[in-house]
Write a new protein. Structure first.
Length: 241
């Protein structure tokens, strides 16, 4: 047939083969659909989880634990009454120093009026353990918009090693602590230099100002340039108020 068509000059289009699709019988579909459909009662569709009562949560008490390093034992012992009094009398919490695990344990009790006082007390103790003065740490209890931000020198510049780290710490402190005091007074914060760790206590905006100045000093900016930038920041903040 093909030879005859070619000799006669007629061309016929070759029919294309379509992929054979598997046909599903409608009866099987109905059976599968019926198997998938399961009647669920309305009461089970939306589970209800009522809030757990305070009495059922470990007898209604919550605990915060603050570890104490060895070099802060003596300051904690000397200022224990200054720490104990505001936590117990003002925040209505219970506090103790566990000698076995070396932690300050704070927990709520029946007299606790506000559960948020527990976190305030933990932040207060943590700030004192990090090296802040007891009067500065007390501001975390009295004011709501204060925080403590901590970071290391190598977080700013990881390539610092050996004497370069010591020189950056020296630039942060300044002669007689002049640079650190200047940053504190301008930004209205408190700064603690603990070896390679830096702790800043203040409001969010003030911490950002102090942190920017400290990072520039770590990166190698001279203190004189930092003083000029701080004067400009102090002028802008004064004008805003």
């Amino acid at each position: 047939m093909e030879v005859d068509n070619v000799e006669s000059g007629e061309f016929q289009a070759v029919p294309k083969r379509k992929a054979a699709k598997r046909k599903i019988e409608p009866e099987n579909v109905k059976e599968d659909a019926s198997a998938m459909e399961v009647e669920i009662p309305e009461t089970i569709k939306r589970p209800a989880f009522p809030p757990v009562k305070k009495e059922k949560l470990s007898n209604g008490t919550e605990v915060r634990k603050v570890p104490v390093p060895k070099h802060r034992y003596q300051p904690l012992k000397d200022n224990w009454m200054k720490i104990f009094t505001p936590i117990v009398e003002h925040l209505r919490l219970q506090v103790r120093f566990n000698l076995k695990v070396r932690q300050v344990e704070i927990r709520t009790c029946k007299e606790t009026e506000d559960i948020s006082n527990l976190q305030k007390a933990a932040d207060f103790v943590q700030a004192f353990i990090r090296g802040f003065e007891i009067d500065d740490a007390l501001s975390l209890i009295r004011l709501d918009d204060l925080f403590v931000d901590s970071f290391e020198i190598k977080d700013v510049k990881a390539s610092l090693k050996g004497d370069h780290v010591n020189r950056s710490i020296g630039r942060l402190a300044g002669k007689g602590g002049r640079t650190k005091f200047t940053i504190e007074n301008v930004s209205k914060t408190r700064i603690v230099l603990a070896d390679q760790k830096i702790h800043i206590l203040g409001s969010y905006k003030n911490i950002a100002i102090a942190k920017r100045a400290i990072c520039n000093l770590i990166l190698g900016s001279p203190p004189s340039k930092i003083y000029g930038n701080l004067r400009a920041v102090a002028g802008r903040s004064a004008d805003s108020f």
